[in-house]
Write a protein that binds this ligand. Structure first.
Ligand SMILES: NC(=O)C1=CN([C@@H]2O[C@H](COP(=O)(O)OP(=O)(O)OC[C@H]3O[C@@H](n4cnc5c(N)ncnc54)[C@H](O)[C@@H]3O)[C@@H](O)[C@H]2O)[C@@H](O)CC1
Ligand SMILES: Nc1ncnc2c1ncn2[C@@H]1O[C@H](COP(=O)(O)OP(=O)(O)O)[C@@H](O)[C@H]1O
Length: 292
């Protein structure tokens, strides 16, 4: 795999500025509401994982709108979650959905969310609909999904090609698709259409386990919901938040693993302590550094 040299390594010093710390004047609505349309009959667990990760990342409210079984499982795990429609500041869409198995009602609801003009995370089963997105959008494909996104009739792109130079392909995708691209892998590459190039390394390979991408999407959703006003005014906020989500995910995986195997839910569970460590002032007034 070729490693581009012009990618900025995103670390704790960069990321800590992108965690919103609640203030005494805040209430749940001022902190931000994340709307979530994820999960399906086939993959209800992905809804639980994304919601759990968003809640653990810190957000005013999670509003989950999905199929009944997934909704019941989400509520069983997180009774804090609201399952009625209403105002949201950002959307998390697509984890645990299969575009080929999507019903018309779900497709309509996804397109409506994409067209709302809000900061949006597009994962897995909504990637085929990103042409409908009107707000600041981050797509979170792995290699096979990016290959699908970039393939055109007569011009296929393969995951094997992307694996050779993932950074280059992430950058190309951001330019071609006009959205911020977070390309998952052992190194995560984050590229904006404006040319910002960030990468996150150091995640333990134990993170290669089912559902860990759903957790990443939840972390990112919470960061977008708590920064919707900043995203409106700062053109580079979206790419910085995406890299921050990848770093929090990698650090939480390292913390949960401590050298051993992890489950996706373990990673979500380690997020609060990871964020606390990111924010903690070190003796002498400097912030403590955390390591993966
Ligand atoms: N607990 C859950 O509900 C989980 C749901 N997930 C969801 O599952 C959906 C599909 O995600 P994927 O990342 O698997 O999609 P991929 O596009 O990588 O794979 C699609 C399908 O191709 C097959 N496949 C691909 N590579 C394979 C390999 N090397 N060996 C064997 N079979 C292979 C599998 O049948 C898979 O279901 C997404 O919506 C995702 O969010 C996953 O995140 C896993 C956990
Ligand atoms: N070898 C690896 N080392 C470190 N992290 C990895 C490795 N392989 C995958 N990951 C990370 O694990 C996550 C997997 O996400 P994804 O492929 O969407 O899985 P899922 O669909 O099962 O949730 C991504 O965040 C990716 O960056």
């Amino acid at each position: 795999m070729s490693e581009p040299r012009d990618w900025l390594e995103w670390d704790e010093r960069h990321a800590r500025a992108w965690i919103d710390v609640p203030q005494p004047v805040d209430d749940k609505y001022s902190r931000g509401v994340l709307g979530v349309r994820t999960g399906s009959r086939q993959y209800p667990g992905a809804a639980v994982l994304g919601v759990e990760a968003a809640a653990r990342t810190g957000v005013g409210m999670v509003r989950y709108l999905g199929p009944r079984r997934a909704s019941n499982l989400v509520l069983q795990r997180r009774p804090e979650v609201v399952t009625v429609p209403g105002r949201v500041e950002a959307w998390l869409l697509g984890s645990g959905m299969d575009a080929a198995a999507r019903d018309d009602g779900t497709a309509t609801a996804l397109v409506e969310a994409l067209a709302a003009g809000l900061p949006t995370v597009c994962d897995a089963g909504v990637l085929d609909l990103i042409a409908h997105a009107t707000g600041p959008t981050v797509v979170t494909p792995h290699f096979r999904e990016l290959a699908g996104l970039l393939s055109r009739p007569g011009k296929p792109v393969t995951a094997a090609q992307i694996a050779v130079s993932p950074g280059e392909w992430a950058g190309r995708a951001a330019t071609e698709l006009g959205v911020t691209v977070l390309l998952k892998g052992a190194t995560t590459f984050v590229a904006s259409p404006g040319g910002v190039r960030l990468r996150v390394t150091g995640a333990p390979a134990w993170l290669a386990t089912a559902g860990s991408g759903d957790v990443l999407a939840g972390i990112l959703g919470a960061l977008l919901a708590t920064h919707s006003a900043t995203i409106d005014t700062d053109a580079d906020a979206l790419v910085a938040l995406a890299a921050t989500a990848a770093l929090v995910h990698a650090l939480a995986a390292g913390r949960a693993s401590n050298g051993g195997p992890i489950t996706a839910l373990d990673v979500a569970g380690a997020v609060p302590a990871t964020i606390a460590a990111l924010l903690a002032p070190a003796p002498g007034g400097r912030r403590a550094a955390t390591t993966v």
